[in-house]
Design a protein around this ligand. Structure first.
Ligand SMILES: *[C@@H]1O[C@H](CO)[C@@H](O)[C@H](O)[C@H]1NC(C)=O
Length: 222
């Protein structure tokens, strides 16, 4: 019978190991799977989650249903992202992969410029026509774009700013896979103009070459 103290020290040790190296993507699993749980009793801490006792794992730990469902895109940007990551499927813990479904409204539904700090994305268009692109890092900031139709696939490399825009007259739908169980999202406009608390408008005015009132105005839109 392990004492609590031993379990705690072991958890601490595993955590220290996991955080001592820096990975460009999720670390490779050291076991078949590590179904994430919230209760730390009888568990070790790996990759930010406690693992369920493998003997107690069930099919539902690896299951999600509903990615066929069309989502409502009536919102200011005209798109809705449905995530399927370690939050929805605890069995994805430590496996370095996840999915999203993205619905785009007709005539201009936009998944606005954003980055995933921890994942490369590979997207397949299930329905509709999307103008997509990403921008390379400094100093080139080269825009790489393509118009995609049903069945087309495009890659957004890890960390780079990218977007998708529905240029068709019908709904568009895409499914994208990500090379992380928890890719993270930074929506540029929301992060910069909608931070909490707000950034000093002088910073935004200078950074974006904007009149100070214009900067404040943009902030008030978020
Ligand atoms: C979609 O969302 C909008 C805004 O929240 C709402 O007004 C509308 O009723 C929704 N449509 C459907 C079909 O649920």
């Amino acid at each position: 019978m392990e004492t609590f103290r031993f379990r705690f020290l072991r958890a601490l040790f595993v955590f220290a190991l996991a955080s001592s190296s820096v990975f460009a993507s999720d670390p490779s699993p050291l076991q078949d799977f590590c179904v994430a749980i919230n209760d730390p009793n009888d568990a070790v801490f790996v990759n930010g989650k406690f693992c369920k006792d493998p003997k107690l794992a069930t099919a539902d730990d690896f299951f999600f249903s509903g990615l066929n469902i069309c989502k409502n895109t009536t919102n200011p940007v005209g798109s809705t992202v449905t995530p399927v990551n370690v939050v929805q499927i605890p069995g994805l813990n430590t496996l370095g992969i996840s999915l999203v479904r993205i619905d785009y409204a007709p005539n201009g539904g936009l998944n606005p410029p954003h980055t995933h700090p921890r994942a490369t994305e590979i997207l397949v268009v299930m329905e509709g026509t999307l103008y997509v692109g990403f921008i390379t890092s400094n100093p080139d900031n080269r825009l790489i774009t393509k118009v995609l139709n049903q069945g087309d696939v495009f890659v957004f490399p890890v960390g780079l700013v990218h977007f998708q825009f529905n240029v068709g007259k019908c709904n568009a739908v895409a499914i994208a896979a990500m090379s992380s169980q928890n890719p993270g999202v930074i929506a540029l406009a929301n992060a910069v103009f909608g931070s909490n608390p707000s950034i000093n408008p002088d910073v935004l005015s200078k950074a974006f070459k904007l009149d100070r009132n214009m900067a404040k105005n943009l902030q008030s839109n978020f």
